[in-house]
Design a protein around this ligand. Structure first.
Ligand code: G6P
Length: 461
C-alpha cells in the first residue's frame, strides 16, 4: 500500500555514515528501525523523510534510500547538547520512563527544544505538497504538530509516540506541560503504543487544558483530534528469512562452540540505557550463581549493550556500574577462559543478532519501562524452530501482546530469579507451545499492519 506524498518526520534520518577501510565515506540505510517499518508504505510513493543526519554542523547532502527522498535538518553543537542530550534525553526520556532516573529541567534546554522543533516544522511546511500527509514521530518532535498546523493548515498531520506516555502525576511535573499537550493536539491523530498511554494523554488534556474528551477523541477549537493505540511491530518476513539462512545457522553454531557448548545460553540485547534493567538482571544472575541454582560453565550469560547517548551523565554512570558488576561477576564466578558474563559493548549487524537469537536458550528482556521493545518480537520471530524461551518484563509494551512469555516484574529480584530458572528448566514441549503462540501473534501483527492501521485511522480510505 504505497501512500502518495507522505512526509515522515523523526529526529533521525534512516541512514548512517560509514567509512570503509580505504577511507571512503558513504551513507547506508540504518539496519532495522523505523525505515524498515515504513518501507512497504513509503516505497514508490514519492515519500520524503525529514530528520537529522547524526553529526553536528551544516546539513549534509544525503542520497535517497529505496526511493525515499531524504531532507537533512542541521543541529549545532549547542543544540545537540541542549535539545537532544538535554530536553529530549535528560528531561523527557527519564520522565516518560516512570522517572526511573531523576528528570532534570533547564530553561535553556526548553528554549533549544522549541527552536529545533520550529526548524523541523519550517522544513516540513516548505517540502510538503498541498493536502499531503505528514507523520511526525516520537518525543523529540512534540511541538511540530502545532507549529506545522499554524504554518500549513491544509496538511493532514499524524503524530506517533514510540516511548511510553506517563500518567498525569508525572507529566504534570513538566513546566511547559500545557504547551506540549496543546501542540500535540495540532495533529489529526495522536497515536501511542498502548491504551494506557492513550488514556494518560486523554486525562491530561482534560485536566491540564480543560478540554472535552471522549474515549478516543479530544475536541479542540473547531476540530476533533483522534487518539488511539497502535502497538508497533517488526518486518516478520524479512527477519524469518534471515533467521533461516544458512549463514545465520552456521554462525549460531559457531557462537555456541565459541562459548564452550554450554547447556544453556541466556542472552540480553539492549541499548546501554538505564530503562532496560540491565543492573537488575546482573544482580539476579549473581544471586543465582551464589545460591548454586545456576552454574558456570553449564549456563552462561551473553549481554550485548549497544553504546548510546554516551555523554549524558546518567548513561556514563550506568556504564560504570554495569561494567563494574560484570567485572565482579567474572572475577568471582568465571574461570580461566570461561567467563560468567560475556559482555559486548558495541553495535551488531542484523546477521550477528539473528545468530545470537538462534543460539540463545533464554532471551532476557527485562526493562523497568519500555514503550514496546522490538528485541522481544525479533527473538520470537527468529525462533522459526520454536526453540528458546522469552523472559519478558511486565513493564514493556510488548507484554500486552506476548502473553505466553515468562512475564516478570523486574523490580522483584526473587521473582526475576525464579522466572529465569523456570525458563532455563522448562520442558521443551512447554516452551515450544508458548513460542508457537507468540510467533503466530507477531506474524498476524507485523509492521505492515501497524503502518496501515495507523494511516487508515489518520485518513480513512
Ligand atoms: C528509542 C527512541 C528512538 C531513538 C532510539 C535510539 O527507541 O524511541 O526515537 O531513535 O531510542 O536513541 P538515539 O538517541 O540514539 O536516537
Amino acid at each position: 500500500m504505497p501512500v502518495r506524498d507522505l512526509v515522515v518526520m523523526a529526529n533521525r534520518l534512516p541512514i548512517d555514515e560509514t567509512v570503509s577501510d580505504s577511507g571512503v565515506r558513504e551513507w547506508r540505510r540504518s539496519p532495522g528501525g523505523l525505515v524498515s517499518a515504513l518501507h512497504p508504505v513509503l516505497r514508490d510513493g514519492g515519500a520524503t523523510w525529514i530528520g537529522w543526519a547524526g553529526a553536528t554542523g551544516p546539513a549534509p547532502v544525503v542520497p535517497d534510500v529505496d526511493g525515499v527522498r531524504l531532507r537533512a535538518v542541521p543541529l549545532s553543537d549547542d543544540e545537540f547538547e541542549n535539545y537532544y542530550e538535554g530536553f529530549a534525553n535528560s528531561t523527557l526520556w527519564p520522565l516518560y520512563h516512570d522517572a526511573v532516573e531523576q528528570p532534570v529541567f533547564h530553561r535553556r534546554w526548553w528554549e533549544s527544544y522549541q527552536r529545533v522543533n520550529r526548524r523541523f516544522a519550517a522544513v516540513a511546511a516548505q517540502v510538503s505538497p498541498p493536502g499531503s500527509m505528514v507523520w511526525v514521530h516520537d518525543y523529540h518532535l512534540q511541538l511540530v504538530p502545532g507549529m506545522l498546523r499554524g504554518l500549513r493548515p491544509d496538511l493532514c498531520i499524524g503524530f506517533f509516540m514510540h516511548v511510553p506516555f506517563p500518567p498525569p502525576e508525572l507529566f504534570k511535573q513538566l513546566p511547559p506541560r500545557a504547551e506540549l499537550l496543546r501542540s500535540l493536539l495540532g495533529a489529526d491523530l495522536v497515536g501511542f503504543q498502548t491504551t494506557g498511554g492513550a488514556q494518560n494523554f486523554l486525562r491530561l488534556t482534560n485536566q491540564v487544558l480543560g478540554l472535552r474528551v471522549s474515549r478516543s477523541t479530544v475536541a479542540v477549537d473547531d476540530r476533533t483530534v483522534k487518539v488511539g493505540s497502535f502497538p508497533i511491530s517488526i518486518d516478520v518476513a524479512d527477519i524469518e528469512t534471515l533467521a533461516r539462512s544458512p549463514e545465520v545457522l552456521a554462525r549460531a553454531a559457531k557462537i555456541r562452540e565459541d562459548l564452550g557448548q554450554p547447556d544453556r545460553i541466556m542472552l540480553g540485547v539492549d541499548r546501554l540505557d538505564y530503562t532496560k534493567g540491565i543492573e537488575h538482571r546482573l544482580k539476579a544472575y549473581r544471586e543465582l550463581l551464589a545460591d548454586g541454582r545456576v552454574k558456570v560453565p553449564d549456563t552462561v550469560l551473553v549481554q550485548v549493550a549497544v553504546p548510546s547517548r554516551e555523554r549524558v551523565e546518567h548513561y556514563r554512570a550506568l556504564r560504570d556500574k554495569v561494567e563494574r558488576e560484570v567485572g565482579g561477576l567474572n572475577g568471582e564466578y568465571g574461570r580461566l577462559g570461561v567467563p560468567a558474563v560475556h559482555y559486548l559493548n558495541s553495535s551488531f549487524n542484523r546477521t550477528e543478532l539473528a545468530a545470537l537469537y538462534r543460539a540463545a536458550d533464554v532471551m532476557v528482556v527485562t526493562p523497568l519501562r519500555d514503550g514496546m521493545n522490538l528485541v522481544a518480537k525479533e527473538y520470537v520471530t527468529s525462533r522459526v524452530d520454536h526453540g528458546g524461551a522469552l523472559v519478558l518484563s511486565e513493564f514493556a509494551g510488548a507484554a500486552h501482546e506476548l502473553k505466553q512469555a515468562f512475564l516478570v516484574n523486574p523490580h522483584d529480584l526473587d521473582a526475576l530469579k525464579d522466572s529465569l530458572v523456570r525458563a532455563l528448566e522448562a520442558d521443551p514441549s512447554e516452551t515450544a507451545k508458548r513460542m508457537r503462540a507468540m510467533r503466530r501473534y507477531v506474524r498476524e501483527h507485523d509492521v505492515g499492519r501497524w503502518a496501515r492501521g495507523y494511516l487508515n485511522a489518520l485518513v480513512p480510505q
